[in-house]
Design a protein around this ligand. Structure first.
Ligand code: NAD
Ligand code: UFG
Length: 337
């Protein structure tokens, strides 16, 4: 089977290529490189020991997408392509709505016209808003998203669900990722944020390597065991393996299915900082700062549904996540540059 990965040059996509290859799938990557570079594809190619068909194109470009579907015999798509910076989406709502919504509309329409009706969509725990149930199950009602990025994920879940309802031949898997961190064990690929990182782990690794002076811990007065925010961090390689499990479900004709992909463990900001320092024997200077607007106290999932129905569960713990994040950063202090 040949799988089209939109946004496959990015952080999660690049790791997913490796898992797909291990499981015997062929891939094609389409990416406009707006938040990535072709070096990631070259390095994945070195890791798997074979060339990776790559098309530099914007998913919103109907003609380019049609050409991809004519050239390759695509069986299913994993739709990673999208803009993902929460803060930037508040400052640039039009750009986020336009890119994330239109890329999905063009992709799904192109799939339909070419008779391909299998899609896995990168959704996010952000659709739960401030979650009504902890640990979060898939039955937890969706909540209010405080930013345009999260709203695109929530709306696109609805769009794809309606497409599947209108034509039950579609198989649509919505994967709600929790907080991916870590990197491939080779240290050759990893997360490569542009500019000052928004997310916790790249900020920690850049502080440890000396690019940033200190980590700001955003609030220590939440209703959590140590007052700092609690999240469900998941190793990106585990997350990548979740996509293979979802493809198997598609091969079994799953119709519409929604899964949380997380470990089910909640770690606070200080838990992560302490684990990182201990496992890697490096210092991460930090100071407590005010809360960040829009943050919630606690977010972790119950991943039982993915285990029961997909036979998937996360294998790696917080130590391995911290070790592999550091291995990537120290070997590539400036990312792919
Ligand atoms: P990423 O930015 O590293 O990868 C996304 C890729 O999509 C990039 O390579 C970018 O160049 C490409 N892209 C964006 N718009 C495009 C377009 N119009 N046409 C072609 N390519 C385009 O992000 P990631 O962390 O790998 O995330 C992958 C997906 O998972 C995204 O949809 C993201 O919103 C979602 N997600 C990520 C997280 C996270 O914390 N990393 C959490 C939940 C969900
Ligand atoms: N944090 C800090 N300092 C930092 C960065 C983060 O203390 O410099 C704290 C945050 O306040 C939060 C925790 O670390 O308590 C995690 O923050 P991240 O920014 O790494 O992750 P979020 O949970 O806020 O959001 C991420 C993605 C979203 C996605 C969500 C759920 O950025 O896109 O996970 O998947 F929707």
């Amino acid at each position: 089977m040949q799988i089209l990965l939109t946004g496959g040059a990015g952080y999660i996509g690049s790791h997913t290529i490796i898992e797909l290859d291990k499981a015997g799938y062929d891939v094609v990557v389409v990416d406009n490189l707006v938040n990535s570079c072709e070096i990631s594809i070259q390095r994945v190619s070195e890791i798997i020991g074979k060339p990776i068909p790559f098309v530099k194109a914007d998913v919103r470009d109907t003609a380019a997408m049609d050409a991809v579907f004519k050239k390759f015999k695509i069986d299913a798509c994993i739709h990673f392509a999208g803009l993902k910076a929460v803060g930037e989406s508040v400052a640039k709502p039009l750009e986020y709505y336009e890119n994330n919504m239109n890329a999905t509309f063009v992709l799904v329409d192109t799939m339909r016209r070419n008779g391909v009706k299998n899609i896995i969509f990168s959704s996010s725990a952000t659709v739960y808003g401030n979650p009504a149930i902890i640990p979060i199950t898939e039955e937890c009602p969706k909540g209010e998203c405080t930013n345009p990025y999260g709203k695109t994920k929530s709306m696109l879940e609805e769009v794809l669900s309606d497409v599947q309802k209108a034509d039950p031949e579609w198989n649509v898997v919505l994967l709600r990722y929790f907080n991916p961190i870590g990197a491939h064990q080779s240290g050759r690929i990893g997360e490569n944020p542009n500019g000052i990182p928004n997310n916790l782990m790249p900020y920690i690794t850049q502080t440890a390597v000396g690019i940033r002076k200190e980590l700001g811990v955003f609030g220590n007065d939440y209703d959590t065991p140590d007052g700092t925010g609690v999240r469900d961090y998941i190793h990106v390689c585990d997350l990548a393996a979740g996509h293979v499990a979802a493809l198997k479900a598609i091969e079994r004709k799953c119709g519409l299915a929604i899964y949380n992909l997380g470990t089910g463990h909640g770690y606070s900001v200080l838990d992560v900082v302490n684990a990182f320092q201990k496992v890697n024997n490096v210092k991460v200077p930090y100071s407590i700062k005010p809360r960040r607007a829009g943050d919630i106290a606690t977010c972790y999932c119950n991943p039982a549904k993915a285990k029961a129905e997909l036979g998937w569960e996360a294998k790696y713990g917080i130590e391995e996540m911290c070790r592999d994040s550091w291995n990537w950063q120290k070997n590539n202090p400036e990312g792919y540059k």
